[in-house]
Design a binder for this molecule. Structure first.
Ligand SMILES: Nc1ncnc2c1ncn2[C@@H]1O[C@H](COP(=O)(O)OP(=O)(O)OP(=O)(O)O)[C@@H](O)[C@H]1O
Length: 453
């Protein structure tokens, strides 16, 4: 028995009872009415899945116009219902007219039971998949809202940051490609998200891809997708990030890490506004707004033959330079306060404050790892804090300080964070040197830090 509600409308009572008997064994609810005027006041019409509607109601009249009229009424009140028209006269042109008006199908009277059941079954399947599609659409739009919901507050009060935000707001409304530059951890991704949030695409997705962590041989399939069987691990067709970002914003982080070969493929996708999945030869149009970021000097890379000039030209319509933290001192304590509160809440240590000498220490430091380093420093200080007041020695800056083991980290994760931040401090924010000291690759260090963001 299928979980569906059917409504049969016909002025011939014997048709109604025959259909009720036939259909009630297959469908959960079968209701019949003989007067279509009832449709206007039918209480829960929109809860029905299928309506079977006679085309001719007034005795002796068989123009089918009554049926078309009631079909329109039903579609006005409940556009999602599948309507099957019934006509005794086999007038194909009338049936075609009904189909054009949105009917799902039609049956001819007298009907063949098996044929009629098959028609109703396919209308039911159609209705079921329409329901699924609208459910998925609702879920998708909820997900997009959640994904785009910004818990990425851009904190700071410096003139330099205000300038960046002003430019961001100005270009956000346009469709131009933007290149965000700046040192590691300055907040380039936050700016990219802000561009999306303030753009006309804000109800669509923001897809972020870290080019630094995609290996050369996976580049194409990650970005452009693949078809089943196009390589050993391609178990099914898969869309790439370009397709996933369709309608929205695609953020390519660490764009300077791309090989020349990958740059050529990317350029072609941007120029043609189409991608071709690996293993296919069918171009798929994509509509994305492209935002790229890098901490490299791409102009110099162009001069050195490491970055394609034509690609730089394409991605760099507007450039937003995010200044390092040391050039926006007014942001340091504001950010410190913001992250202090955040981590105090995370580690259940309410009421923590930073004393004056410690604030001076934070202000005097150069922050080579920028805001990411500041937030890790704060996190570690909060984890290790004993009292309510954070002292200068709670902030391990500039290499020399070491942690006393007495009140050390309690979890493996805290220990790992502690070791990473210590190594970064000791190497003045130099990722490669810190990674070498920890015995891991720069990429692994980078991934670990990203995960802890
Ligand atoms: N103005 C800001 N206010 C609050 N948090 C910030 C700000 N700028 C950066 N952050 C935080 O610092 C961290 C690093 O920022 P983000 O990832 O945007 O930097 P990035 O420049 O893209 O870094 P990378 O070059 O390493 O990819 C993130 O956790 C981010 O939320």
């Amino acid at each position: 028995m299928l979980d569906a509600k059917l409504l049969v409308i016909d002025d011939n009572k014997s048709v109604l009872s025959a259909l009720e008997i036939l259909l009630q064994f297959e469908y959960q609810t079968v209701k019949t009415i003989s007067n279509p005027n009832q449709i206007s006041s039918f209480p829960d019409l929109d809860t029905y899945d299928i309506v079977m509607l006679d085309m001719n109601f007034s005795a002796g009249v068989n123009t089918g116009n009554e049926g078309i009229f009631w079909l329109r009424e039903i579609r006005k009140k409940a556009p999602q219902i599948s309507v099957i028209m019934m006509t005794a006269y086999g007038a194909i042109d009338l049936a075609v007219k009904a189909l054009k008006e949105g009917a799902a199908d039609f049956v001819l009277k007298p009907w063949n039971n098996d044929k009629l059941l098959a028609t109703v079954k396919s209308a039911y399947e159609l209705r079921k998949s329409q329901k699924e599609v609208s459910l998925l659409k609702a879920q998708e739009s909820n997900l997009k809202q959640v994904i785009n919901q910004s818990n990425n507050h851009i904190i700071g009060s410096s003139e330099a940051l205000k300038e960046v935000l002003k430019l961001t707001a100005k270009v956000a409304k346009t469709e131009v490609n933007v290149l965000v530059t700046g040192e590691n951890g300055t907040g380039k991704e936050l700016i990219a998200r802000e561009l999306h949030k303030l753009s006309g695409r804000s109800n669509e997705v923001f897809i972020s891809v870290d080019m630094g962590s995609i290996s050369e041989n996976l580049f194409e399939s990650e970005l452009f997708g693949h078809t089943k069987g196009s390589f050993t691990d391609a178990k099914e067709d898969r869309a790439g990030k370009f397709e996933a970002a369709n309608g929205g914003t695609l953020f390519l982080d660490e764009i300077g890490n791309l090989s020349l070969q990958a740059q050529a493929k990317l350029l072609s996708a941007i120029q043609n506004k189409t991608i071709v999945r690996v293993g296919s030869n069918k171009p798929i149009p994509v509509n994305i707004r492209l935002v790229c970021a890098t901490n490299e000097n791409l102009d110099k890379m162009v001069k050195d033959g490491l970055f394609r000039e034509d690609l730089l030209y394409r991605i760099n319509t507007i450039r937003i330079e995010v200044p390092p933290l040391r050039e926006r001192e007014d942001d340091i304590l504001v950010l410190a306060d913001f992250y202090l509160k955040k981590f105090a809440a995370k580690y259940a240590k309410p009421g923590l404050r930073i004393n004056q000498p410690a604030q001076e220490r934070l202000m005097a430091y150069a922050w080579p790892g920028n805001i990411r380093e500041l937030l890790h420093t704060l996190e570690r200080a909060v984890i290790l804090s004993e009292g309510n007041l954070l002292q200068p020695e709670d902030f391990l800056l500039n290499a020399k300080s070491t942690t006393s083991a007495t009140n050390g980290p309690e979890t493996l994760e805290e220990m790992e964070l502690l070791m990473i931040t210590k190594a970064l401090d000791q190497n003045e924010g130099n990722y490669s040197a810190a990674a070498e000291q920890l015995g891991i690759s720069r990429q692994t260090l980078y991934n670990k830090l990203k995960k802890k963001k």
